[in-house]
Design a protein around this ligand. Structure first.
Ligand SMILES: Cc1ncc(CN)c(N)n1
Length: 223
């Protein structure tokens, strides 16, 4: 039987392709993205990652074996110390302090996404936690590796490090682990539960798309 992740991938393919073609990413790939939009994204992503890291902590708490517990702890560590360090270094280049970065007011879309993740982490089963986290890893790996293949994309002085992070083998290996975990956890589950997992995965995928769109539009609260 095909792994469950194949089904998830097929369901999300059209939406992920739309993300790849969103102007935020096409312009980042060809180096024309307005830095103002990138800075907005970085700041929102920083506060997003604080909550996202907590979901890994919840994964560790809900894990049924030590290997899974340790891997979630590794993902938590990598988010706080590798991925967020990239953001801190970018911020320093723009003269934005760590404090300012951390004090960023979350936009409506960031709130929607992080609260969805945290709600799943608090109320959901371990398979649901895996399903909601998966698009974050998997779609970024797809984007990072696709960017690496674009001639000249790595020559851009601003976007090079971002592309290298998400196109890296380390990030890819963590993503592969998350996919394998999802497949293991989905094995033998009834169709009703698989459909619920697919729904979580798709909602998170839609929120990923909305995140790019939010950054491009420099989304703000109405007042
Ligand atoms: C919104 C979002 N989604 C996923 C990732 C990759 N961890 C991220 N940095 N930001």
């Amino acid at each position: 039987m095909n792994p469950f992740s194949d089904r998830l991938y097929r369901s999300a393919q059209e939406l992920w392709a739309k993300s790849h073609e969103h102007p935020f990413l096409t312009e980042l790939r060809d180096g024309t993205l307005d830095p103002e939009r990138f800075i907005y994204y970085l700041k929102q992503d920083y506060v997003y990652l604080i909550d996202y890291a907590k979901v890994f902590a919840m994964g560790s708490l809900k894990a049924r074996d030590l290997e899974t517990m340790a891997k979630f702890a590794e993902l938590l560590h990598s988010t706080l110390n590798v991925e967020m360090e990239l953001h801190r270094q970018y911020a320093a280049r723009f003269g934005i302090s760590r404090d300012e970065l951390e004090q960023t007011l979350a936009s409506p879309t960031t709130v929607a996404y992080t609260k969805y993740l945290l709600d799943t982490a608090a109320q959901g089963s371990l398979p649901e936690v895996a399903a909601v986290l998966l698009p974050c890893m998997w779609s970024y790996r797809e984007i990072g590796t696709a960017c690496m293949k674009v001639p000249g994309a790595l020559d851009h002085p601003l976007y090079r490090e971002w592309i290298l992070m998400y196109g890296s083998e380390e990030f890819g290996a963590l993503t592969d682990w998350c996919i394998a975990l999802m497949d293991r956890l989905a094995e033998g589950l009834p169709e009703r539960e698989l459909a619920q997992l697919e729904e979580r995965f798709m909602v998170a995928s839609k929120l990923e798309y909305m995140f790019w769109d939010m950054a491009y539009r420099l989304e703000a609260w109405p007042v």
